[in-house]
Write a protein that binds this ligand. Structure first.
Ligand SMILES: [Zn+2]
Length: 61
């Protein structure tokens, strides 16, 4: 048996398969090809995606 690195995960928004050219890294941001939502890699074994947090324009105090 060989363990292959996972290069696909499911979009939490539309359930489409999101594929990676190479094994994703933790906290990597990817865009779903189906719904164009921005996703963050939250775990890598297995690969799990979650919607990336919105970036606030004026985050400072
Ligand atoms: Zn999607």
């Amino acid at each position: 048996m060989t363990v292959q690195e996972q290069t696909a995960a499911r979009c939490p928004e539309c359930a489409a398969d999101v594929t990676f050219a190479e094994p994703p890294r933790l906290s990597e941001l990817v865009e779903c090809g189906e719904c164009q939502v921005e996703l963050e890699v939250v775990t890598v074994q297995p690969v799990t995606l979650a919607p990336a947090p919105e970036v606030e324009e004026d985050w400072g105090e």
